[in-house]
Design a protein around this ligand. Structure first.
Ligand SMILES: *Cc1c(COP(=O)(O)O)cnc(C)c1O
Length: 659
C-alpha cells in the first residue's frame, strides 16, 4: 500500500503539485523584486519605463527568448529523475522545499565564501554542518570539547579531498611543533594530556598521536607559550609555521625528517574513484592508496585490514587515514565501521594510529533512520520490526559507530533529495580548523583568539575550506529542507525507510522471478544489499562464459539506459550499470561467483586472453531505489512490480533470440 505521507513534499512525477510550486515561486520572485525596489526608493531607476519600446530592447528580448526556448527544448532530453520509472543513478524527485529555496536564493546570489558576501546563508551553512553532525552522533554543543563542525562542498569528491587535507595537517603537526621547540630551545615542560614533552617522543610516536591528542597538545603548548608573554608565543607560532609540511612541501619536509616514510591511505577495493584523484592532488601518489580486500558481501574485510595494519606497523609507515565506505557507489554496501573503530583503538594501543574518514556520500543520510528526535540511537530491535532484513548487525554497528570516527563525507545532492551542487564535509573535532587556516589568529593577553565562539569563527568560512566562492543557494536549500523534514527517524528517516522497504520488496520479488525462469536463466543478486541499492546480473543457462554473460546483460541494459540520441519517452524504465572486477576479488570469491552464475571460473579472470569467452569484469544492472513513488500502485501494480515485469519481458524476448 502506498502511503500518502510524502505527497506534499515533492513537485511530483506528473507535476501534481504545480499549483503550490508556482504559487511559492511567483510569491518569492515578486518578493525579491520588491526588495530591490525598496532598497533606495528615493532614487531614479536607471532603466527607463520606455526602454522596452525601443528596437534594440525588443531585439535583445527576442534573442534571449529564442535562446531560452532552445535551451528549454534541449533540456527535454534530460534524465527523468522524478519518475518512479527511473531507478538508475543516485537522484530522484527533489524535495520542493530545497528546490524553491535554491531558486529563490539564487535571485539574491549570495556567495558563501564569507559572511561579507553572504550575511545570512553562511550561518545557515554552519547550522547545516551541526544538523548533519547531530545525525551522525557527534557532539554539537559548542561549549563542549571536542565539538563537531561541518560545511557544504560542491560534492562528495571535494569533501573527500578535504578529509585527507585536514587529516594530513594534523598528522604532521607534532613533528613540526617538536622541531620548533628544539630550534627555539624552548622548554615548556609537558603541557596537555600527554605526560611527556614532545621533543622526547620518537618520530614514530609523533606521527601516531590521535586527532584529539594533537588538537589538545597544540592548545596546551600555545597556551603555555603565551604564559611566557606574547613575544614567545609569536616566535613559537612562526617557528612551527616554518617547520610545517604545509610550508615545506613533501620533499623538504622529508629531508628534514630522515627516516620518515611516505604515509599511506587505506581504502577498500570498492572505494569511489575520487580517492585516487585525491591522492594525485595531494601529491601522495596513487601507489600510496593501499587497497584493503573486501569480503563476499563487498564490505571491507576486517581480517585483511588487520594484516595490512600489522605490515604497516612493522614497516613503520604512517597511516594518513583509513577510508571506510558507508554505502559504496557501485553496490550500496556498508563497511563494518563498528569493527573498524574497535580496530583503531587496538592499533592505537599498540602504537599505530589511523584516523577514520567515512565516505558516506551515498549512505550518510540513512543515519537519519537510526537517530531519534532526542538525539539518541533507535534501538536495533525497534528498527528490525520495521523491515524484513534491514539493518543487519554489521550495518547497525556501522551506523552506531559513526559518532566515533574522525570525519564524514555526505552528499545532500544524493540521498538528501537536494539539487546539485550540495556535498558536505563533517568532522568530529572542530579544533582541526586551527590547523588549516591560512590566517594567523591574533593572540590577546593570556588567551588565544581561537578560543572564541565556533559559530562566530566559522563565518569566515573560506579560510578553512578548500573551495572559494560557492553558492549560498545550496546552503539555503539544504537548511530549509532539514527544517521542513528534520534528520531523525520519524521525519527524514521515514522517507528513506520507504526506499529501503522498496529494496527489500524488489529483492524478494526478483527471487520469485528467478525461481520461475530458473530453467532458462540464472538471475542473481551477487551480494545481499545493505541499503536501497540493489545490483543484479543475468546469465542464460546455456551460456558458460563470462564474456557471454556480459553480452547478454549488455543487451538487456541497452534497453533501459539513457541514450542521448533518442527521446526519453521511448524508454519504459531506466536502470544503471556497474561491473565487478575480477582483480578486486580473491580466487575463492571469483570461484564462488562463477559457480553461482553458471560460468566457467577460468573465463572470469584479471587478464583475459580469449575475448570471445573471457572477461576481467562482470556486468551488473544497478538499481537505486530512492524515488518516493515506487510503492504507488497503478493498474493494480506498484512501480517495482511493473519494472520487474518489464525486465522479465526483456529477458524472455532476449532469450528467444539466444541460441
Ligand atoms: C557519489 C560518491 C562520491 C562522489 O561524490 P560527488 O558528489 O559525485 O562528487 C564519493 N564517494 C561515494 C561513496 C559516492 O557515492
Amino acid at each position: 500500500m502506498a502511503d500518502t505521507e510524502f505527497d506534499a513534499y515533492f513537485l511530483g512525477p506528473y507535476g501534481e503539485n504545480a499549483d503550490l510550486f508556482e504559487e511559492l515561486l511567483t510569491d518569492f520572485m515578486r518578493d525579491h523584486v520588491y526588495w530591490r525596489r525598496n532598497f533606495h526608493p528615493e532614487s531614479t531607476p536607471p532603466i527607463s519605463t520606455s526602454a522596452r519600446y525601443s528596437q534594440e530592447f525588443a531585439g535583445v528580448a527576442a534573442r534571449m527568448r529564442r535562446e531560452l526556448f532552445a535551451l528549454s527544448a534541449d533540456l527535454k532530453k534530460s534524465v527523468p529523475w522524478f519518475s518512479p520509472r527511473y531507478v538508475g543513478h543516485m537522484s530522484s524527485d527533489l524535495l520542493m522545499s530545497g528546490l524553491v529555496a535554491n531558486i529563490m536564493t539564487t535571485l539574491y546570489n549570495p556567495n558563501n565564501v564569507s559572511d561579507q558576501a553572504a550575511p545570512t546563508t553562511v550561518q545557515k551553512e554552519i547550522e547545516v554542518g551541526f544538523q548533519l553532525a547531530r545525525m551522525f552522533g557527534f557532539e554539537t554543543e559548542t561549549a563542549v570539547r571536542p565539538c563537531a563542525w561541518g560545511h557544504l562542498t560542491s560534492g562528495g569528491t571535494v569533501s573527500n579531498y578535504e578529509g585527507l587535507r585536514n587529516l594530513q595537517a594534523l598528522k604532521f603537526y607534532p613533528l613540526a611543533l617538536a622541531r620548533a621547540l628544539e630550534r627555539l630551545d624552548l622548554d615548556l615542560g609537558a603541557p596537555g594530556p600527554l605526560k611527556r614533552a614532545l621533543p622526547e617522543l620518537s618520530q614514530w610516536e609523533l606521527v601516531n598521536l590521535s586527532v584529539d591528542m594533537v588538537v589538545e597538545l597544540r592548545r596546551a603548548y600555545l597556551s603555555a607559550a603565551s604564559q611566557l608573554g606574547p613575544q614567545i608565543l609569536h616566535s613559537l607560532r612562526e617557528a612551527v609555521r616554518a617547520e610545517r609540511l604545509e610550508t615545506l612541501g613533501w620533499v623538504d619536509f622529508f629531508e628534514v625528517h630522515p627516516g620518515l616514510k611516505t604515509p599511506v591511505v587505506l581504502a577498500p577495493n570498492t572505494a569511489h574513484y575520487s580517492w585516487p584523484k585525491a591522492m594525485k592532488l595531494l601529491g601522495l601518489g596513487t601507489a600510496n592508496l593501499r587497497r584493503v580486500d573486501v569480503d563476499g558481501d563487498m564490505r571491507m574485510s576486517a581480517g585483511d585490514l588487520q594484516v595490512v595494519l600489522d605490515g604497516l606497523k612493522d614497516e613503520r609507515r604512517p597511516v594518513l587515514s583509513l577510508v571506510a565506505i558507508l554505502g559504496t557507489t557501485e553496490f550500496g554496501t556498508i563497511d563494518p565501521i563498528g569493527d573498524i573503530v574497535a580496530q583503531r583503538e587496538r592499533a592505537l594501543g599498540a602504537g599505530l594510529y589511523f584516523p577514520i574518514h567515512v565516505d558516506a556520500a551515498w549512505g550518510g543520510y540513512l543515519a537519519s533512520i537510526f537517530r531519534q528526535e532526542d538525539g539518541t540511537l533507535v534501538p536495533h530491535e525497534m528498527l528490525k520490526e520495521q523491515f524484513h532484513y534491514f539493518p543487519s548487525d554489521k550495518v547497525y554497528g556501522a551506523f552506531a559507530a559513526l559518532g566515533s570516527v574522525e570525519s564524514i563525507t555526505v552528499d545532500p545532492h544524493k540521498l538528501g533529495y537536494i539539487p546539485y551542487p550540495a556535498g558536505a564535509y563533517v568532522a568530529r573535532n572542530s579544533g582541526m580548523i586551527d590547523f588549516v587556516t591560512d590566517k594567523a589568529p591574533y593572540a590577546f593577553e593570556g588567551h588565544l583568539e581561537e578560543q572564541g565562539d565556533l559559530r562566530e569563527r566559522l563565518r569566515n568560512l573560506g579560510q578553512y575550506i578548500l573551495e572559494g566562492s560557492k553558492p549560498g543557494a545550496s546552503a539555503a536549500s539544504v537548511h530549509v529542507s532539514h527544517r521542513v523534514l528534520p534528520l531523525h527517524t520519524d521525519a527524514f528517516g521515514k522517507l528513506l525507510k520507504k526506499g529501503v522497504r522498496a529494496s527489500e520488496y524488489f529483492y524478494d520479488e526478483l527471487h520469485k522471478i528467478a525461481d520461475r525462469l530458473g530453467e532458462d536463466i540464472i538471475i542473481d543478486i551477487p551480494f545481499k544489499p545493505d541499503c536501497n541499492l540493489v545490483c543484479l546480473t543475468l546469465n542464460p543457462v546455456k551460456n558458460r562464459s563470462a564474456a557471454g554473460l556480459n553480452r547478454f546483460v549488455q543487451s538487456i541494459y541497452d534497453q533501459m539506459r539513457v541514450d542521448a540520441s533518442r527521446p526519453i519517452q521511448v524508454r519504459s524504465f531506466f536502470a544503471s550499470s556497474t561491473s565487478l572486477q575480477a582483480g578486486d576479488l580473491s580466487p575463492e570469491q571469483r570461484l564462488t561467483l562463477a559457480e553461482q552464475l553458471g560460468i566457467e571460473p577460468k573465463t572470469f579472470c584479471a587478464s583475459p586472453r580469449d575475448l570471445e569467452h573471457d572477461a576481467s569484469s562482470l556486468l551488473l544492472i544497478r538499481n537505486t531505489l530512492m524515488n518516493p513513488w515506487l510503492d504507488f500502485e497503478d493498474k493494480g501494480l506498484n512501480y517495482i512490480d511493473r519494472y520487474l515485469l518489464f525486465l522479465e519481458e526483456l529477458i524472455l524476448a532476449e532469450l528467444q533470440s539466444y541460441t
